[in-house]
Write a protein that binds this ligand. Structure first.
Ligand SMILES: C[S@@+](CC[C@H](N)C(=O)[O-])C[C@H]1O[C@@H](n2cnc3c(N)ncnc32)[C@H](O)[C@@H]1O
Length: 539
């Protein structure tokens, strides 16, 4: 039985004497949501265990589009303000932003063309005189200015929507107000500062944008729990833009073993695509976080950033049967085949008072050999300390020193014969060390060493089962491998055979990258095209 359904049954037993609650407005599925998603092979459901969610209405191949939605409102995040068009999200990276169009009054919005500027004129005019005042509110209240910008964008959008009585269908803004807000899980410190910021925001917006402060606070909570990163349409991975999608995207719950991926498209659209084959009736899920991380870390991350405690199947599988045991795993000293199982944190990250870790022992998942907590935890702590030391060196730009520390850390794990406790190959500390180590090698133009580490990273991603097949992350490392191999080919100084060998490895990596990106992003996405162009340069 699905562990989530199972928990639901148990919860029902406990609550069976309590009065049955009527479904809240936020639990309903509106006709507008059904209309949007009717173009896709999905069925919408609403259960107590999973809330509103989408399932496949037929068997689906990898790379099938299961939802596409226009953001109700979106913003380019502050560090990227002058790097991408605020309407179509095209990159402005020509090294010269004087070719872009900006608003002379506020100097806070950039467009790639007059067409995009004209498209945004009415909306921007309603916010222009307020935008620059948000920095002051953000710093006075210690809240994220991008959160305030998205709130302002939504209020402006609401002011332009047909008002009450003018239309029979709810506006997208009204759907935003039906998104889950998880306010009860949000820290009182945040509620305090966002209440102060909302009051100040309300004071400076025109009359037709004002809202009850309590509602504004809930709006901020909804943004925190539901906003999606968009990236730019060319190739950045970062969430350089942020938007709210209240009609279709909200049906895609999070899973740490997702079968779908979301991708930002032009003009603030978000698309959901299957990453692997999906059987009819399976729930369609995406991941909101980095999946090559131990269970406690992933759940902590979701609790902190999205305000929920993950109950997906991977997080509910007993640790000794889950791939998660390897991600913070210490190798068994007896069988050398599996790891000591570290029990996960209890619900919402709380540990029970009777759990005294210092006297605990952990057993190997395979041979049940026991090891004391101090040895297992000590091994992880030492590795973590070394990792942090190396990262500190990178921050100080001491790349050579960082490289040495990472190499010492990684090599020490081969020492199984010495009888020392060592980390499992899939331990996230090792993965987290490999990525900056590869970058250090690339930085000093040691392409051969960077290639060696890059191959290891791809193997870990593929073999661990921690990320789904066709994960965009694997695509990025394949692209990187292709680039590095082409660099080595260029350095072959006329040795035709050597050059050919490296071009072939580049070609293999890039072909895989193109295939993967066609699935994860679609054939016409900027990232797929970038991989295709590099592939063409191999011949
Ligand atoms: C985008 S909404 C998904 C729609 C939601 N099921 C509903 O009925 O509104 C995200 C919210 O769904 C819930 N959720 C999604 N994935 C979850 C998971 N893996 N475990 C627990 N709750 C989850 C959380 O409350 C989260 O804030």
């Amino acid at each position: 039985m699905d562990p989530i359904e199972n928990q639901h049954t148990q919860a029902q037993v406990v609550k069976k004497n309590k009065k049955k609650k009527k479904p809240t407005a936020s639990g309903e599925i509106s006709q507008q949501c059904r209309d949007l998603l009717s173009a896709f092979p999905v069925e919408l459901q609403n259960t107590r265990a999973k809330g509103r969610h989408a399932v496949a209405s037929e068997s689906l191949e990898p790379g099938t589009t299961v939802c596409r939605e226009q953001a109700t409102s979106y913003i380019v995040r502050s560090p990227y303000l002058d790097k991408q068009c605020h309407v179509c999200l095209n990159s402005l990276d020509h090294g010269d932003i004087s070719h872009s169009f900006t608003c002379d009054a506020c100097n806070r919005v950039y467009y790639c063309s007059e067409e995009c500027r004209d498209h945004d004129r009415a909306m921007h005019d309603s916010m222009c005189s307020i935008i620059n005042r948000l920095d002051g509110i953000a710093s006075e209240c210690s809240v994220d200015v991008d959160l305030l910008r998205l709130m302002l964008g939504l209020l402006a959008r609401h002011a332009q929507d047909p008002q009450d009585g003018q239309t029979s269908t709810p506006t997208p803004f009204e759907y935003v107000l039906k998104l889950v807000h998880n306010r009860e899980k949000i820290s009182s410190d945040f509620i305090q500062v966002i209440t102060q910021a909302s009051t100040m925001l309300n004071d400076i917006v025109p009359e037709n944008m004002k809202m009850d402060v309590k509602e504004l606070v809930l709006l901020a909570c909804r943004i925190n729990s539901n906003a999606h990163g968009l990236g730019d349409v060319q190739s950045r991975n970062t969430d350089s833009a942020l938007g709210l999608f209240p009609l279709g995207a909200m049906f895609f719950n999070h899973s740490c073993e997702p079968n779908c991926n979301f991708v930002g498209l032009r003009d603030g659209k978000l698309e959901f695509r299957t990453l692997k084959k999906v059987v009819k009736g399976d729930e369609l899920c995406v991941s909101y976080i980095d999946l090559f991380a131990p269970r406690n870390e992933r759940r902590g991350n979701l609790l902190y950033t999205k305000q929920f405690w993950c109950k997906c199947r991977r997080c509910s599988t007993p640790m000794e049967k889950s791939v998660d045991r390897f991600l913070n795993g210490v190798m068994c000293r007896q069988c050398h085949k599996d790891v000591y199982v570290i029990p996960p944190a209890q619900i919402d990250g709380k540990t029970s008072a009777k759990d005294d870790e210092s006297v605990a022992t952990y057993s190997c998942a395979q041979c049940h050999h026991a090891a004391p907590h101090s040895m297992v935890a000590g091994t992880i702590e030492r590795a973590d300390h070394q990792y942090n030391q190396a990262i500190g060196m990178i921050r100080q730009r001491k790349y050579g020193r960082a490289k040495d520390i990472f190499n010492t850390l990684i090599k020490a794990q081969d020492n199984t014969k010495t009888g020392n406790f060592t980390l499992h190959n899939f331990n996230a500390i090792l993965m987290n060390s490999c990525v900056p180590l590869m970058n250090c090698y690339t930085f000093e133009d040691n392409h051969m060493a960077a290639i060696h580490v890059n191959r290891q990273i791809i193997s870990k991603l593929r073999d661990s089962g921690a990320v789904p097949e066709n994960s965009p992350e694997i695509g990025d490392f394949l692209m990187n491998l292709g680039e590095l191999c082409l660099n080595v080919a260029k350095e072959s100084h006329g040795k035709a055979l050597v050059e050919e060998r490296w071009k072939q490895e580049a070609e293999t990596a890039l072909k895989e990258c193109v295939k993967l990106r066609e699935i994860a992003f679609g054939p016409s996405h900027g990232k797929t095209i970038a991989a295709q162009e590099l592939l063409q340069s191999c011949t």
